[in-house]
Each structure stands twice: as C-alpha cells, then as structure tokens.
Design a binder for this molecule. Sequence first.
Ligand SMILES: NC(=O)c1ccc[n+]([C@@H]2O[C@H](COP(=O)([O-])OP(=O)(O)OC[C@H]3O[C@@H](n4cnc5c(N)ncnc54)[C@H](OP(=O)(O)O)[C@@H]3O)[C@@H](O)[C@H]2O)c1
Length: 339
Amino acid sequence: MATTSHLPSKILIFGATGAIGKYITDAILSAEALATQQISIFTSAVTVSNPGKQALLSSWESQGLSVITGNLNDAGDIEKAYDGIDTVISCLGRDVLASQIELLTLAEKSKDVQWFFLSEYGTDIEYDESSKTEKPHQNKLRVREFIRANIHRVECTYLVTGPYIDMFLTLLPGSEEAGGFDVESKRAVVIESGDDKVGFTTMLDVGKLVVAALRHPSASKGKILKVQSFVTTPNAILREFEKQTGVKWKVDHTTNQRLRELELENWDTDSPTATRITLRRIWAEGGTLYEKTDNEILGVVSSDMESLAAVVKRAVEGRGYQGKQPSLYYKQETGTQGT
Ligand SMILES: NC(=O)c1ccc[n+]([C@@H]2O[C@H](COP(=O)([O-])OP(=O)(O)OC[C@H]3O[C@@H](n4cnc5c(N)ncnc54)[C@H](OP(=O)(O)O)[C@@H]3O)[C@@H](O)[C@H]2O)c1
C-alpha cells in the first residue's frame, strides 16, 4: 500500500528529455496515484530550440507540465527553479553528473527542497570492493561521497536498476565483441557460454519504479534501492529472439579475457565506447545479482514489471532502443557534433 503522508507535491526534473529522463518524466506525468500538484522540468535553451524535441515538449506541456529554461551552471537560475519545489529528480547525463554537487548544495540551502533523486538508474557502483576503482563509476561515487559528508537536511534516493535490457539488445557499433543482439542480421554475441545470469530493468520499468519510490517515501528516503524487471541469461534472450523470429541465429562467443582486452584497448584510445564495454564486463561477471531486490518494499510485484518476451517483441518489431541522438550540447561547446 502506498504511504499517503509526505507524498511529493511539487516535482522538478533535470535531464527530462534524455535517454532515461523521457521514460521517468512520462511515468510521473501519467501517475494518477501520485496526485502531484505541479510537475516542472529544468532544461536548457539548447534543448528548447532543438526541433527534434519540440513534439515531446509540446505533448508534455499539453499534459500540464511546465518547462523552465535556464543554465544548469547558474546558481540564480537553479534557486529560482527550486522555489516551492519539494522533490527534485535528476536524470542528468554522464557528462554532467558532477554538476549535481552544486545542485545538491543549493537544494540543501533552499527552504523548500526536501527530497532529491540522484541520476543513477544503472549499475551498482558499490556492489563490491572492486567497484570503487571502476572508471565509469567515479563521478557517481564522488556525488555519493559528497552527499554523505555534506547533505544533512535534504533526503536523497538512489535507484540502482542495473542495465537497461532495451540497450543490451543491441550490438555496440565497432565493438560487437562486447556482446549483444542484432535483429536485422539475426546475430548474437554472448560472453563466455552465455549462461551467466544478469539482472535487467526495461526503460519503461525504470519510469514505473521511480513512481513507485515516490509513492513510498518512508521506504525510499535516504535509501539506495536495488530494483529490477527480471533476471535472465544471454542464451535465454537468444532463445526468445529465435522463437519470435522463427529462425536460428548466428552466435559468436567472446571470452571474459577477450572482453577485458577490448576494454583496455578502448580506454587506451579514449574511445567513447569504453564506458559501455566496462559496464558490459561488470554485468557479465555477475555485478547485477542480488539475493533479494527492493522491488517488494516499493509495492512492486513481478507482474507489474515488463517481461523478456515483451521487450524482445519491441526489438523484433523495430520499436526497440534505436541509439542516442547526437548530442547538441557537444556541438555548442566544441563546434563539432558529438555522438
Ligand atoms: N542502466 C543503463 O543501462 C543505463 C544506460 C544509459 C544511462 N544510464 C544512466 O542514466 C542516467 C542518465 O543518462 P542518459 O543516458 O539518460 O543521459 P543523456 O541522455 O546523455 O542526458 C540526459 C540529459 O542530461 C542533460 N545534459 C546532458 N549534457 C548536458 C550539458 N552539457 N549541459 C546541460 N544539460 C546536459 C540534458 O537534459 P535536458 O533533457 O534538459 O536537455 C540531457 O537530455 C545516468 O546516470 C546514466 O549513467 C544507465
């Protein structure tokens, strides 16, 4: 049952139009049970003037969402946006994770902000001893460390979802050996035997799980929540693809050792894919598995979550994850369009 006291009433979202922010914002907007009085997003002039984002922003505005345009690095813009806000949800991208430190500092000083969701929604950055040296975790670890030392009034929530299966069902261009699936060529690349388990969350379920956390403040505030849609293996995913496409797929295997070599090669050449290869290695080595998740304390049962069959069906029908739009921020900062 949902906790009815202290439900969020005025929510501000950072990073709303990003890869996962879209799902989180959509889920909050359509969550009747939250009865939120006000939902706003804080975004940049770059996003507001991006023709590719107009339809999304207009559709959200027609559902009552307010768009605040400002500069993420301008304290005055943030203080103004925090006025009257009790709950902040950050879905900021990897390049700007460190800016959350200033956002938290301003939240702590504000009179209104009570609850802050950090941009995590991914791999467990404190899974075991080895986690603290993993390169992709460093900014998120810094943010957690800052919070433990400095944030005392605002309550923080971290939602650890493991990999998005929607993205896992694709091959990394140029680094196909790191594992994944390609519907077009009916080809799979699995790590080792393909029988090792991985805990996944679908992108739609990330949105649902954020809403579940918002509906259960006493179970969520101050917590690092480990949530998942389901646990499966690359071979089980392959069987589901073969069942739904009606043909046998070509399968290649990559050893853990080869994956580690590929990872080093990518870091050595500053490849933008390096982060994703490290994460795939962590997932393949079991860094997503728990005896028990926190789904239950958020009131979520397995039938509330999407199934493997549903997400494979989307991929087979061409409605799966299609990759990110090139970053317009990068273009503005460097004169070159990023990936
Ligand atoms: N579990 C997984 O498999 C997985 C996969 C991908 C990401 N993640 C995690 O999910 C979180 C969000 O990642 P994402 O891939 O969704 O992020 P993203 O699409 O790269 O960026 C999200 C948003 O951050 C804002 N942003 C990015 N760069 C900016 C800049 N230079 N200046 C101002 N704003 C900027 C933008 O907000 P506006 O929308 O307001 O423009 C952007 O839409 C991260 O913590 C990431 O690690 C997890």
